[in-house]
Design a protein around this ligand. Structure first.
Ligand SMILES: Nc1ncnc2c1ncn2[C@@H]1O[C@H](COP(=O)(O)OP(=O)(O)O)[C@@H](O)[C@H]1O
Ligand SMILES: O=C(O)C1=C[C@@H](OP(=O)(O)O)[C@@H](O)[C@H](O)C1
Ligand SMILES: [Mg+2]
Length: 173
């Protein structure tokens, strides 16, 4: 089984992904961490030195590497992953894709401390600017996120809830 988590920065892809991998006893990978390892520098440093286009090219290549390497995996993608280079098609064709839908207000609360390490949000000074940036980003990405066949919303995104969703989806085909 491959399970892919998609959604906005702060949605909990990395946190929930790690817990789901433990529950299913399959390897966990975080796409950002895979890129960081290959590049030997942080996501913020890659953005600063090379720009977003370079990061997206690396992200697309590393996604395909991880998929080819691992028939069983829970993969936490980056927030932008499904929106570039036909990555969403790769996800939809090779595993179960779950959209973690979390209200923007909650994302703001979670990201206020963590925005600095997320280059696309780092420029947003203060909660109001961060919220505006997140709303704008979500509006552009909704068309991609909403194509995921599985979705959990807000506080219902627990390991048990996702296990239930996935079981139901597999049984009903
Ligand atoms: N279900 C949750 N409830 C509250 N805080 C959470 C939850 N999931 C993640 N967080 C917190 O939100 C921040 C972003 O989580 P993370 O898993 O890195 O999200 P993502 O990988 O989607 O950007 C972290 O500080 C994490 O501890
Ligand atoms: O939303 C985005 O475009 C990005 C989200 C980040 O991952 P998280 O969603 O785990 O923060 C990371 O891939 C990069 O900073 C770009
Ligand atoms: Mg993450």
């Amino acid at each position: 089984m491959r399970l892919y988590l998609i959604g906005m920065p702060g949605a909990g892809k990395t946190t929930l992904g790690r817990a789901l991998a433990a529950a299913y006893e399959v390897p966990f990978r975080d796409l950002d961490a895979e890129i960081v390892e290959r590049e030997s520098r942080s996501v913020a440093d890659i953005f600063a030195a090379e720009g977003e286009a370079y990061f997206r090219t690396r992200e697309a290549a590393v996604l395909r590497e991880v998929v080819a390497e691992l028939p069983e995996v829970v993969l936490a993608t980056g927030g932008g992953t499904p929106c570039f280079h036909q990555n969403l098609e790769v996800l939809l064709d090779t595993g179960y894709t779950l959209y973690l839908e979390v209200p923007v207000e909650e994302l703001v609360a979670r990201l206020q401390r963590a925005a600095a390490s997320r280059p696309l949000l780092a420029a947003a000074a203060g909660p109001a600017a961060l919220e505006a940036r997140l709303r704008e980003t979500l509006a552009a990405r909704q068309q991609f996120y909403s194509r995921a066949p599985l979705r959990c919303t807000g506080s219902s995104c627990s390991v048990a809830a996702v296990q239930g969703l996935l079981h139901q989806y597999r049984v009903s085909g």
